[in-house]
Design a protein around this ligand. Structure first.
Ligand SMILES: NC(=O)c1ccc[n+]([C@@H]2O[C@H](COP(=O)([O-])OP(=O)(O)OC[C@H]3O[C@@H](n4cnc5c(N)ncnc54)[C@H](O)[C@@H]3O)[C@@H](O)[C@H]2O)c1
Length: 283
């Protein structure tokens, strides 16, 4: 239909092909974790070649193996996204593997410490911001440089959290602030790069049964807090890691060629629920 850069390549005829990613190359950070592994596999099954990276090199390699088992191409490396020199090293490894970049999924994230704001350790604050926010900018810069040089546009998806748009309490100070920064980074970059055909969007998940929360769900001493989390999700359950894949595929594919600068809730209705509201029982 058109050859102009849309951040999704040339547009296919509207229909299922809108979600396909033939010939695209995608880079996923935090790809050894639950979200990153599922996203990498979803992109691969849609036709993309993958470069996956994680602090845990073996976990990144394991994801690359799973991607290859789908028949897709994959390369991997380890590295700490919070260190600018390591981001540069990861991108050098990327450039050895591929000569184009179409899709970046900024996904690596941590929430290592819950604590009172008046005592929150500044070194932990700095580490959380460096990992969850500054690294997203560093990878976005590296990706946009390559996307602009390629002249085909591209698509960036930042993994945010419901903690970005409302205080969670419970000492999630640095995490919530870092994810709020991710949302605004998404909007700023979307505007700056719109005319280069680079779309920048975010997803905002509620609690999903990834490793960290699975441990909480299985811990009887955490039952009250788990019940509180679920009571904030009108659909009455946490998400499964596989359920982030569809929203990401939408945002990186031609299906969303006119969508940029949004923060898409993937939250079972959490953001729609007024804190004083009630969820009716199932009928
Ligand atoms: N699981 C949820 O309920 C949930 C909810 C909202 C947002 N998120 C966000 O989704 C993203 C993925 O979370 P997940 O649930 O898959 O967690 P996870 O812990 O399973 O995966 C995160 C991955 O990031 C990697 N990582 C951490 N620090 C790194 C660093 N400095 N350099 C490189 N890699 C690093 C870890 O090794 C891990 O493999 C995170 O940004 C998280 O904040 C998760």
């Amino acid at each position: 239909m058109t050859d102009r850069p849309t951040g999704a390549g040339s547009l296919p005829i509207p229909g299922p092909a809108l979600f396909e990613l033939p010939g695209r190359v995608a880079l996923v950070t935090g790809a050894g974790g639950d979200f990153g592994r599922n996203i990498a596999l979803g992109l691969a099954r849609s036709g993309a070649a993958l470069f996956v990276t994680d602090l845990n090199e073996a976990a990144a390699q394991a994801t690359a193996d799973l991607v290859r088992a789908t028949g897709a191409q994959a390369a991997s490396c380890g590295g700490d996204v919070s260190q600018p020199a390591e981001v540069a090293a990861i991108m050098s490894r990327f450039d050895l593997a591929y000569d184009r970049l179409d899709i970046l999924i900024n996904n690596a994230g941590i929430n290592p410490h819950q604590g009172r704001p008046e005592e929150f350790p500044i070194d932990v604050w700095n580490t959380v911001l460096a990992t969850n926010l500054t690294a997203y900018l560093a990878f976005a810069q590296a990706a946009a440089t390559r996307m602009i040089a390629g002249g085909r546009g591209g698509s960036i998806v930042n993994v945010s959290s419901i903690a970005s748009s409302g205080g969670m309490g419970r000492g999630n100070l640095a995490f919530g602030v870092s994810k709020a920064g991710v949302d605004q980074l998404t909007r700023e970059l979307a505007i700056e790069w719109a005319t280069s055909g680079i779309r920048v969007n975010a997803i905002q998940p509620c609690q999903f049964t990834a490793a960290g929360i699975r441990a909480q769900v299985q811990d009887p001493t955490q039952a009250a807090i788990v019940a509180r989390m679920i009571s904030g999700i009108p659909m009455g359950r946490m998400g499964a890691p596989e359920e982030v894949v569809g929203p990401v595929l939408f945002l990186v594919s031609p299906a969303s060629s006119m969508v940029t600068g949004i923060v898409l809730p993937v939250d079972g209705g959490n953001g729609a629920l007024n804190p004083g509201g009630s969820v009716p029982a199932a009928s």
